[in-house]
Design a protein around this ligand. Structure first.
Ligand code: ADP
Ligand code: MG
Length: 686
């Protein structure tokens, strides 16, 4: 069903969106042009616009169905001419022609995952050529609406540019709110497609001169009810069962038995015949196991049958793949049904499980790391394993890590809602490929009062193909994710390294109350300092000038180039105490929120082994952090690969003991600081 332009405009007008005054002249099959009566158009102010409408007419200009600049007297002839060219005309719309202005596009699109999204941008011919648009999930706030217009690359056209007067931005904001705000038109639309292009914005107001609405062809999917489990037994089970370990050919199940044995958690194996598997007591069926958590690693086809036996087990994790991600949505549905019937909650399928040092829960070899404040929800088990191992190497300490795979039952949103209230968790990392509960996730992100660092795989077209075969879902495009992150106050990063880097920064500095603002960069002179400024610029972080009264004192310390980045001799023959002294002197005059000290590690090892001066520098910096508890100190060890094995770890250890995070590149440090800035002052409650 298509809705004609004048019908949409009636809807708009009723909602309070200004549209041109107009009259409709319907055409019946047998009508000749002479029968048409344009008398009512005499009431309208010239110049007039004539438009045809009809069932097949979508892009009217392309079909020659729009003529501008007419007088009332011209209408019959123009209509006759138009009708001779345009097939299937159901009628004409005659309307007043709005004065020229800035043409905007305003629309609502339905994102597959996140639902209705308001779009605003430069309209008319600019829409396709410039693609200058801003997005926000509905409902938008007034600040969102204003921010959308301000974020356009061509926003200067709106605020007055080279002698053209500014347009009525307040009216444009009001229009956006009427469409996409709380209680706005978006709530009544069954999308489909809804587009006003153009809305003409001028100094005296805005007018929607074109309107298109295509209701959805099929009815929309029903919203799934929001569920809220207590996930504590998932992370800290009293005991666990492993289904699928073999007595003869070690498989994934056996690997997990080994992990659990090493972690020291009570385990039982489930095996149809054996009374013992790999030295672990075995029972014939899950029904006979009294556990909080069962790990299922049997072939996909047998999983539903196993899950049906899980009554009384709060959580079952299905490790096996071979479900939705490989075209077996039917088997996945059967699995979910089995879990419902058994009254258990299902993790996965197609996932690795849970890691929680506190709960002796694990899916990685090499022992449990230290417990800490960082939680991670990951749709990829492999990536979660890497973030755990690499992250722990870099000093991360985890509260809870959970992999969700296809998220057929337990979803990232449900886990996030629980984690933000978990007293052990103070920051959450999220790796997603398929936001199938997008709206719920968005709501959970907005409600989160601790920092959430978001890494989304498959944001590029190429990545989407990879992700689709990975977790069996479609991925929303990158702009939607940027919008979601911005609106929800989450920090969006673009690599695994940055995910770890931002989490590490928040772990180190998240609970530090700071004074001041801005970033001071201190390190050796040369190109590295110049590039440091560029790196921070790219990350959107300001490097403010030094306080004027510091310059003289700096000269006294032998530091002559007094900019930010500040160039101070650092090296094997340098004074390890100089940098801390300089930092202290500057921060006491002008409280920078962040201080980034960088060293060129290679310089310490070019003329022999100078690890000791490097350690001395790190210790001196640790002293500076202790002396300035309300400043966040960060260390960048550039060219760390030039140090002998173990040196970087020792530097990291010295820094970590003082709460200083360490990065190997200025880019990584700048992203971490920008990420922490995006998180605002949030850090979970202690
Ligand atoms: P299309 O279906 O081709 O998008 P439109 O209704 O948007 O048709 O008309 C095409 C163009 O004509 C618009 O982009 C706008 O520049 C101009 N236009 C249409 N209606 C009016 C009007 N009432 N006042 C001023 N300009 C108009
Ligand atoms: Mg149009």
């Amino acid at each position: 069903m298509s809705v004609y332009e004048h019908e949409v405009k009636a809807l708009l007008s009723e909602a309070g969106v200004p549209v041109p005054r107009g009259v409709v002249v319907p055409v019946s099959r047998g009508d000749s042009v002479r029968d048409l009566n344009f008398a009512a158009a005499g009431e309208l102010a010239e110049p007039l616009v004539l438009k045809a409408f009809g069932p097949g007419l979508v892009h009217k200009s392309d079909a020659g169905a729009v003529v501008l600049g007419l007088r009332a007297a011209d209408l019959p002839a123009a209509a006759a001419e138009m009708r001779s060219r345009v097939p299937d005309v159901a009628g004409f719309l005659v309307e007043e022609q709005a004065a020229a202005g800035v043409e905007l596009i305003v629309g609502v699109v339905r994102d597959a995952a996140f639902g209705p999204v308001l779009l605003a941008g430069l309209g008319g011919v600019w829409t396709e050529t410039l693609r200058d648009t801003a997005l926000r999930l509905c409902p938008v706030s007034e600040a969102d609406a204003r921010g959308m217009l301000a974020s356009l690359r061509g926003s200067r056209l709106l605020y007055g540019h080279r002698g053209t007067p500014p347009v009525d931005v307040d009216a444009a904001v009001k229009l956006l709110m009427t469409i996409g705000g709380p209680g706005g038109l978006w709530e009544r639309l069954e999308l489909g497609e809804f587009e006003l292009n153009p809305v003409i914005a001028g100094p005296a107001g805005v007018t929607a001169v074109d309107a298109r609405y295509l209701p959805a062809e099929q009815s929309l999917p029903e919203e799934t009810p929001v569920r809220t489990a207590d996930f504590l037994p998932l992370f800290e089970p009293r005991s666990v069962a492993v289904v699928g370990a073999s007595t003869s050919r070690p498989n994934f199940g056996n690997m997990f038995l080994d992990f659990y044995k090493a972690a020291g958690i009570p385990i039982v194996a489930v095996h149809p015949e054996a009374r013992e598997v790999a030295g672990v007591r075995a029972v014939p069926a899950l029904t006979a196991a009294d556990v909080d958590y069962a790990l299922v690693a049997v072939p996909a086809a047998r999983c539903p049958e196993v899950v049906r036996q899980a009554a009384g087990v709060p959580f079952v994790q299905v490790m096996s793949g071979g479900f939705g991600e490989s075209g077996r949505a039917d088997l996945e549905a059967e699995l979910v049904e089995a879990a419902r019937a058994a009254g258990t909650r299902l993790l996965g399928p197609n996932c690795m499980g849970v890691y929680c040092p506190r709960g002796r829960q694990t899916f990685v070899g090499g022992g449990l790391g230290p417990p800490g404040p960082v939680a991670l929800i990951s749709q990829s088990g492999g990536l979660a394993g890497e973030v755990i191992k690499v992250g722990e190497r870099r000093g991360l300490a985890f509260s809870r890590v959970v992999t969700v795979g296809n998220a057929a039952d337990v979803t990232p949103a449900e886990l996030l809602r629980w984690l933000v209230r978990d007293p052990e968790t103070r920051v959450v990392g999220l790796y997603l490929e398929d936001p199938r509960d997008g709206r719920e996730l968005y709501d959970a992100l907005r409600a989160a009062d601790l920092p959430v660092v978001l890494l989304v795989g498959g944001r590029s077209a190429q990545g989407q193909e990879a992700a689709a075969s990975h977790t069996g879902g479609m991925v929303s495009d990158r702009r939607i994710w940027e919008t979601v992150a911005e609106q929800a106050g989450a920090t969006l990063v673009s690599s695994q390294d940055d995910l770890i880097g931002v989490l590490a920064f928040l772990q180190a500095h998240g609970s530090r109350a700071t004074d001041g603002d801005g970033v001071l960069v201190v390190g050796p002179s040369g190109g590295a300092s110049v590039l440091a400024a560029d790196a921070f610029d790219l990350a959107g972080v300001r490097l403010d000038p030094l306080p004027g009264d510091a310059l003289e004192e700096l000269r006294g310390l032998g530091v002559t180039a007094a900019g930010n980045p500040l160039e101070v001799p650092v090296g094997p023959r340098g004074q390890p105490g100089l940098v801390p002294e300089v930092i202290d002197m500057i921060v006491r005059r002008r409280p920078f929120r962040d201080v980034v000290a960088h060293v060129n590690v290679q310089a310490f090892f070019t003329y022999g082994d100078a690890a000791e001066p490097l350690y001395a520098y790190a210790r001196a910096l640790a002293g500076a952090q202790e002396a300035l508890p309300r400043t966040r100190v960060t260390l960048v060890t550039r060219n760390g690969e030039c140090a002998p094995p173990g040196v970087e770890d020792e530097v990291r250890r010295i820094a970590a003991a003082a709460g200083i995070p360490v990065y190997r590149t200025m880019e990584a440090a700048s992203v971490a600081i920008a990420g922490a800035v995006a998180a605002g002052g949030r850090y979970g409650t202690a």
